[in-house]
Design a protein around this ligand. Structure first.
Ligand SMILES: C[S@@+](CC[C@H](N)C(=O)[O-])C[C@H]1O[C@@H](n2cnc3c(N)ncnc32)[C@H](O)[C@@H]1O
Ligand code: SF4
Ligand code: SF4
Length: 520
C-alpha cells in the first residue's frame, strides 16, 4: 500500500503561469516586507454519513474541520496580518524562534502579493494543499486591507483553494459581509470566556474605535462583539469554529459554559486548546508561572463538552506561516527568497487528478475500518484503552519509532477506534547522543497508552517500552491506523476473555499539553 504525498521540495522545476498575481507583484516591487523580521504569529470526527451533504462538501477536504481529512489534506497560513487590536496574556508576537511551531510564531511577514505567489507555489508543489488560512501573526481583521487583498488575489488565481481566517472577533461584525462576499466558508473565532470577570484575567486591554478599554469593561465589549459576529456568520451559513485556550484555574471550568453559548449560536466545531506558557516566550502567563493543562485535564474537558457539539482534538497550534499536513512544518521550503525565484505553474487539472487519487485511498481506508469494525459486532466489554501511533500521514502506520516527532493517540473500545489527541515528543534518534533522555520523555508522554504502533523500532527502545508496560507493535507496519488498531483491540479482548492476560488500567501520562518535550 502506498501513501500519496506530494513531498517534493519547493525548488523542484516549475513552469510559469500567473497573470494577475505576477502583475500585482511587479507593481508592488520595493514596497514589500521581504525578509521582514516577523517575530511571533496563527474537526470534527464526524464522517460523510454523519453530516448533511452540503456540510460534508465544505469540510471533507478541510484538514482542520474534519479529523479524517487531516490525514490526507494540507493547509497553509500566510503571515500578512502583523497588527493586533487586543492583548491576550498568553501572546507575545515579538518572540521569534525558527524551530518552534506554535501560534504567534512566524519567520517572515508577507505582503498580499508575496502571499499570493507563495500560495501558488505551495499549491503547485503540494497538490493536496486545499486550504489557505490567515491567522496572524496578529489578527486578520485588525489588518483588513491586507487580509482581503490577499483573498482577492487568491480567489482570482487559485479558485479551488478554500479561504479561511482566524480572528479574536472584536471587529468581526463589521466585516461579515465582506467575508461572505469572498465565499469564505470557514471562520475561526477565539472565544475564551463569556463572563467579563473571567475575561479581565485574560485580556489586559482591547482597542476599539480609537479608544483603549481595560478590565471588565474591555472584556465585556470583546465578548459581546464575538458572540454577535458568530451569530451573523452562522446566519449566513458560514461554518464557524471556536478556539478556546484552556487556562487552568482561570477559565477551565467556565469553558463548558462557553461551549453551550457558542453551540446555541450555531458554531460548528469547538477547539479547546492547551495554554502554551513557557517563561522564555515572555508572555504575562509565562512570566507569572501560569501553567497549561495536562493531557488528561484537556481530554476530560473535551470529553465533557462532546455530545453538546463536535470537538476538534487534532489541532496542532500551528505557526502563522505553517505549510503542509497538520503536524508537519514545511515552511522552510517556501521562504520569500525561494518562492520569488520559483517559476510557478498553477495547474488545476493536475491538482484535481491528484486529489481524486487521495479520495480513492481515503475510501479504501474507511471501507477497511468498517470491515474490521464488523468483527467487533456483539462483543461485550467495558474496556476502554489508549494506544499511540507513529504516522507520517495518509492514515497509515508509516513512521519509524525513532523518527516520530509526535504520536497520535486513539481510544479503543467495542465502539471502535476514536482519535483523541496527539503528543509531541523529542525525537528518539539523536545520532547516538541523548537517546536515553528522550526515551524517558517519550515514555512519560505516552504512559497512559497500552501499546505504541510503529512502522519499525530498534531493539533497545523496544525492550524499555515493554519494561514500562507499553506494547511496541510492528505487526501492522504500513497498514491503515484505525483498521489495525481495531484488529489489535479485538485480539487483546480475546486474550483478556480467555484469561491469558489481565486487563490493567494505565497511569496518567506525565506531560503538560502545549509544552511537551524535555526541552520545554
Ligand atoms: C495567534 S492567533 C491568531 C489569530 C487571532 N489573533 C486570534 O487570536 O484568534 C491563533 C490562535 O492561537 C491561539 N494562541 C495564541 N497564543 C497562544 C498560547 N500561548 N497558547 C495557546 N494558544 C495560543 C489564539 O488564542 C488563537 O486561537
Ligand atoms: S488576539 Fe491573537 S494575535 Fe492578538 S494578542 Fe491575542 S492571540 Fe495574539
Ligand atoms: S492551528 Fe489548529 S485549526 Fe489552525 S491550521 Fe493549525 S491545526 Fe488547523
Amino acid at each position: 500500500m502506498h501513501a500519496l504525498a506530494g513531498q517534493d521540495g519547493a525548488s523542484a522545476g516549475h513552469v510559469v503561469d500567473v497573470g494577475e498575481v505576477m502583475q500585482a507583484i511587479a507593481e508592488h516591487k520595493g514596497c514589500g516586507t521581504t525578509g521582514g523580521s516577523g517575530k511571533a504569529s496563527c474537526g470534527s470526527a464526524a464522517g460523510q454519513g454523519d453530516l448533511p451533504t452540503e456540510i460534508w462538501e465544505k469540510v471533507k477536504n478541510h484538514p482542520c474541520y474534519s479529523e479524517e481529512a487531516h490525514h490526507h489534506y494540507a493547509r497553509m497560513h500566510v503571515a500578512v496580518a502583523p497588527a493586533c487590536n487586543i492583548q491576550c496574556n498568553y501572546c507575545n508576537r515579538k518572540y521569534d524562534c525558527a524551530n518552534e511551531s506554535r501560534p504567534g510564531v512566524v519567520s517572515e511577514k508577507l505582503t498580499p502579493e508575496q502571499a499570493a505567489k507563495k500560495v501558488l507555489a505551495v499549491a503547485s508543489t503540494i497538490p493536496q494543499m486545499t486550504v489557505l488560512g490567515i491567522a496572524g501573526p496578529g489578527d486578520p481583521l485588525a489588518n483588513p486591507e491586507k487580509t482581503f487583498r490577499t483573498f482577492d488575489l487568491i480567489a482570482k488565481t487559485a479558485p479551488d483553494i478554500k479561504l479561511c481566517l482566524s480572528t479574536n472577533g472584536l471587529t468581526l461584525p463589521d466585516h461579515v459581509d465582506t467575508i461572505a462576499g469572498f465565499n469564505v466558508d470557514h471562520v475561526t473565532i477565539t472565544i475564551n470566556m463569556v463572563d467579563p470577570e473571567i475575561g479581565a484575567k485574560i485580556y489586559p486591554w482591547v482597542f476599539w474605535k480609537h479608544k483603549r478599554y481595560t478590565g471588565v469593561e474591555g472584556a465585556k465589549l470583546l465578548t459581546d462583539r464575538q458572540l454577535l459576529g458568530l451569530e451573523m456568520l452562522t446566519e449566513r451559513g458560514i461554518l464557524c469554529k471556536v478556539n478556546s485556550v484552556m487556562i487552568p484555574g482561570i477559565n477551565d471550568k467556565h469553558l463548558v459554559e462557553v461551549n453551550r453559548a457558542v453551540k446555541s449560536r450555531g458554531a460548528f466545531l469547538h477547539n479547546i486548546m492547551p495554554l502554551i506558557s513557557a517563561p522564555e516566550h515572555g508572555t504575562v502567563f509565562g512570566l507569572t508561572g501560569q501553567r497549561g493543562p495536562t493531557a488528561q485535564e484537556l481530554k476530560a474537558l473535551q470529553d465533557s463538552c462532546e455530545g453538546e457539539m463536535n470537538m476538534m482534538r487534532h489541532c496542532r497550534q500551528c505557526r502563522a506561516d505553517a505549510v503542509g499536513l497538520l503536524g508537519e512544518d514545511r515552511s522552510a521550503e517556501f521562504t520569500t527568497d525561494k518562492i520569488m525565484a520559483m517559476e510557478v505553474k498553477y495547474d488545476l487539472d493536475t491538482r484535481k487528478a491528484y486529489q481524486e487519487k487521495v479520495e480513492e485511498e481515503r475510501v479504501a481506508k474507511v471501507a477497511a475500518k468498517q470491515e474490521e469494525l464488523s468483527t467487533l459486532a456483539g462483543a461485550v466489554s467495558d474496556i476502554k484503552l489508549l494506544v499511540a501511533v507513529a504516522t507520517r500521514g495518509s492514515g497509515l502506520i508509516n513512521e519509524h519509532f525513532g523518527h516520530a516527532k509526535e504520536f497520535q493517540v486513539y481510544e479503543l473500545s467495542t465502539a471502535g477506534a476514536k482519535f483523541v489527541g496527539h503528543r509531541r515528543v523529542d525525537l528518539y534518534c539523536q545520532g547516538g547522543y541523548g537517546e536515553e533522555d528522550s526515551l524517558e520523555t517519550i515514555i512519560r508522554a505516552i504512559n497512559d497508552c497500552h501499546a505504541v504502533f510503529v512502522a519499525k523500532i530498534g531493539g533497545c527502545p523496544k525492550a524499555d517500552l515493554k519494561a514500562a508496560g507499553i506494547d511496541p507493535v510492528e505487526d501492522y507496519a504500513h497498514e491503515f491506523i484505525e483498521k489495525s488498531a481495531i484488529a489489535w483491540f479485538k485480539a487483546y479482548l480475546d486474550r483478556v476473555n480467555s484469561g491469558e492476560i489481565e486487563h490493567v488500567a494505565r497511569g496518567d501520562a506525565e506531560i503538560r499539553q502545549g509544552a511537551l518535550t524535555s526541552a520545554a
